[in-house]
Design a protein around this ligand. Structure first.
Ligand SMILES: CC(C)(COP(=O)(O)OP(=O)(O)OC[C@H]1O[C@@H](n2cnc3c(N)ncnc32)[C@H](O)[C@@H]1OP(=O)(O)O)[C@@H](O)C(=O)NCCC(=O)NCCS
Length: 225
């Protein structure tokens, strides 16, 4: 079954966190909130970074992005479920998520998980941004961008120079410097070694026949760091 495009996920009116009764929509963020849809409101600034926790503020919201802890995994699993049901993201069992906890960063506001994303290292120079999501009522607050920035910083620290993603969110990633790629971007030797990874995401990266139904409609994108 192909994963559905994002249009199945967003575009509905949704409550704007922190502003009772306000609505925000795709293409008209924070409609009805005085001053919210202004350039200033759109500027989500990283106000501090300490002990690995980056605090962002701006517009009508404040949130932190920090490395995930094992206690976050059930919450990540809950955030992931609706997107898996809609075939937007690859489903992951709790055991797989616990095993990957060090790959994750999470965004939180007022102690609640509102987004997450993971960096999976595939090869010496190559990583993948995966399981990137923002809770539906927090879309368009700059949280996705902040999570990607943290993951890119993490990738640079690890010495990676290329970041892959497989996504329906082509505009979001294009604005962040990702470009669509058509063919394989690893040589035959690396390809054959990656075949042994046993990782479903890597199998999607390799575009193996048995995972093709999962990736229909997704775009393969790459960013040089
Ligand atoms: C992709 C996804 C994570 C983006 O999350 P997001 O938090 O809505 O993303 P952002 O708010 O950072 O950016 C989206 C746009 O919102 C708008 N926006 C950002 N901050 C804003 C603010 N404070 N006020 C108003 N609008 C804002 C901007 O137009 C922004 O685009 P730009 O920064 O490129 O100009 C989210 O759509 C999602 O969860 N999708 C489903 C899962 C998925 O497909 N994941 C990718 C596969 S790995």
């Amino acid at each position: 079954m192909p994963r559905h495009p994002l249009s199945a996920y967003a575009g509905r009116g949704m409550p704007c966190p922190g502003v009772r009764g306000a609505k925000t929509r795709m293409g008209a963020p924070h409609a009805g909130v005085p001053g919210a849809d202004t350039p200033a409101a759109r500027t989500m600034v990283r106000v501090s970074s300490r002990w690995g926790i980056a605090a962002y503020a701006g517009g009508v919201s404040e949130f932190n992005v920090r490395p995930a802890r094992s206690a976050d995994i059930p919450g990540i699993h809950r955030l992931l479920e609706p997107l898996v049901d809609r075939r937007i993201l690859l489903g992951k069992d709790l055991a797989v998520l616990y095993g990957a906890v060090q790959e994750f960063v999470v965004a939180e506001a007022s102690g609640e998980l509102i987004g997450c994303g993971a960096l999976h290292v595939m090869w010496e120079d190559l990583g993948e941004i995966r399981t990137l999501l923002v809770r539906e009522d927090w879309l368009h607050h700059g949280i996705g961008r902040a999570i990607v920035e943290e993951l890119e910083e993490k990738a640079r620290r690890l010495g990676l120079s290329r970041l892959f993603c497989l996504t329906f969110e082509t505009e979001f990633f294009a604005r962040r410097g990702f470009e669509p790629i058509g063919e394989q971007i690893v040589d035959a030797d690396v390809y054959s070694q990656l075949l042994r990874s046993g990782d479903a995401g890597v199998e999607e990266f390799l575009d193996l026949a048995h995972v093709k139904p999962n990736t229909l409609g997704n775009t393969r994108m790459l960013k040089h760091l």
